[in-house]
Design a protein. Structure first.
Length: 184
């Protein structure tokens, strides 16, 4: 039986012997897998992207807003707002994640005070990342954003397809190609 690589998730500060680990189910996923709502996922291998669909005339445009790499945690359908806004979580490549029902996690939070620490850690990390991304988008040009990714998140450049990176920065793939050409 496969087990979670607990060292990869040591930043969650959960005891390696905590019975909560046993509640996670193994999920091997292929490319383009859409993740189910009302679950929490721990990414062990592969990359997952979060995006929204924007309808423009008769076309649907995907707007990438976040990426999850090995060691990351993400929640699908955490709130009615997120469900109604049609956030989609889709794998970029094949991989392995561990899943648990959101209701089980909520129950653990009420029973185990140590789980509250994990919840607070996760929420503060997500809030800080969202605020930083918002400031980057407001204050910088697309070229500045790409250069920021080159310096601060080179794994994004290395592992995320350019069309998703362009969407993440807020430009077209052609514009991103021009920026890459100017920089090199």
């Amino acid at each position: 039986m496969a087990t979670i690589n607990k060292n990869l998730f040591s930043h969650l500060n959960m005891d390696g012997e905590d019975p909560a680990w046993e509640k996670f189910g193994k999920l091997e996923f292929s490319r383009k897998k859409i993740f189910q709502e009302d679950k929490v996922y721990l990414v062990e291998q592969g990359i997952v992207r979060k995006f929204y669909i924007k309808e423009i005339a008769d076309l649907d445009q995907e707007i990438s807003v976040d990426f999850y790499f090995p060691g990351d945690v993400f929640v699908v359908g955490d709130s009615p707002k997120e469900r109604s806004s049609e956030a989609v979580f889709e794998s970029i490549d094949k991989g392995l994640a561990w899943e648990i029902e959101l209701d089980e996690v909520k129950e653990m939070f009420t029973v185990n005070p140590d789980c509250r620490f994990v919840q607070n850690y996760y929420l503060s990390k997500k809030l800080n990342a969202a605020m930083k991304r918002e400031m980057l988008l407001l204050k910088n040009t697309p070229q500045d954003l790409y250069e920021y990714l080159l310096k601060s998140k080179p794994h994004y450049i290395k592992h995320i397809p350019l069309k998703y990176l362009a969407s993440y920065i807020g430009i077209t793939p052609i514009s991103l190609s021009r920026i890459r050409k100017r920089i090199s």
